[in-house]
Design a protein around this ligand. Structure first.
Ligand SMILES: Cc1cc2nc3c(=O)[nH]c(=O)nc-3n(C[C@H](O)[C@H](O)[C@H](O)COP(=O)(O)O)c2cc1C
Length: 309
């Protein structure tokens, strides 16, 4: 045991990942070079920053507050160069050989379908729909926060593209599994959960919120138990694969998500804190952990915690 032989390859929803650790959307992933850097550092795949129809500057600073040990609060406002410009960044990451998931955000189902079609033309392996940003007026949870919204958007996209559609759902709801079920009914190949938790920080000296936008999204270690609970509940209700996200800093965190039902995971805040070197560390640590626990393949651990619950 402990000889690091466990197979970390994962295959699901038409995707083949060399290991289960994907770079999460919005962290490190805006330029082609940064996506390529995460890939070179050992990520199993990379999710792009969420891309919209038009370039957006995002909110004015301050847009981020960090809490050293347990996470960060952000309201970036979905800054991005727009779908016309972005394919050249994807090309850079493709030349580096990266497995790429293109993330898109839009204001309604028709715009999602148009954007996803343009994203699919770049040759990405899958498209992830940002139905879950908690702080962007007219986007994210405002358009994708109910089962009806999720179903309408996913149906439009799944009917428009041939690549796998991943619905990224919000934890800011009473029933995350209902959102996942809606995505499944509408033809999603997988669901990813979670995006950030709606949150705010207040500066008592300035007597105002810390972030210029006020409300932001909380990520990092603090949200892991929430992400785990969402994945747990979703796994019990849907058959399509689940990608776990939220507060993964160690291999053990990742394995907790796998045992709760995730087939792969996305890593965000840990990359912001530690840099892309985190991917090599996580893959090495997970390989020995899985081996120590006696699994030949990571896939054998998916959902096992449900059997004894
Ligand atoms: C600075 C920042 C920017 C983000 N931008 C996006 C985005 O563009 N699209 C998206 O779907 N999620 C975005 N997210 C959410 C992350 O992809 C992820 O779901 C969340 O941070 C939880 O994972 P973590 O705890 O590993 O960071 C962003 C998160 C952060 C911290």
């Amino acid at each position: 045991m402990g000889c690091v032989v466990a197979d970390l390859k994962v295959r699901f929803a038409g995707l083949e990942l060399r290991n289960p650790f994907l770079l999460a959307s919005g962290i490190w992933g805006e330029s082609g070079d940064s996506l390529a850097g995460a890939w070179a550092a050992g990520a199993g795949g990379v999710v792009t920053k969420s891309i919209g129809s038009l370039p957006r500057a995002g909110y004015p600073n301050p847009t981020i507050e960090t809490y050293e040990r347990w996470g960060m609060l952000n309201a970036m406002g979905l800054p991005n160069p727009g779908i016309e410009e972005y394919p050249r960044e994807i090309e850079v990451a493709q030349r580096a050989g990266a497995t790429i998931v293109g993330s898109v955000f839009a204001g309604d189902a028709a715009e999602f379908a148009r954007l996803a079609t343009q994203m699919a033309r770049t040759g990405v392996s899958a498209v992830e729909l940002n139905l879950s940003c908690p702080h962007a007026e007219g986007f994210g949870t405002e358009v994708g926060g109910t089962p009806e919204d999720v179903e309408e958007i996913v149906r439009a996209v799944a009917g428009a593209v041939k690549i796998p559609v991943i619905a990224k759902i919000t934890p800011n709801t009473s029933d995350p599994a209902a959102l996942a079920q809606a995505a499944e009914r509408a033809g999603a190949a997988a669901v990813s959960a979670i995006n950030t938790l709606r949150a705010i920080a207040i500066d008592v000296h300035l007597r105002r919120p810390v972030l210029s936008h006020g409300i932001g999204g909380l990520s990092g270690a603090a949200i892991k138990p929430v992400g785990l609970a969402c994945v747990w509940q979703i796994f019990e209700k849907v058959k399509i694969p689940v990608i776990g996200i939220g507060g993964i800093m160690t291999a053990e965190d990742a394995l907790q998500y796998v045992m709760a039902g995730a087939r792969a995971v996305e890593v965000g805040t840990a990359v912001a804190f530690e840099g892309v070197g985190v991917f090599g560390r996580l893959a090495r640590e997970l390989s020995s952990l899985v081996d120590d626990l006696g699994y030949a393949r990571l896939e054998d651990a998916v959902g096992v915690a449900h059997r004894s619950a």
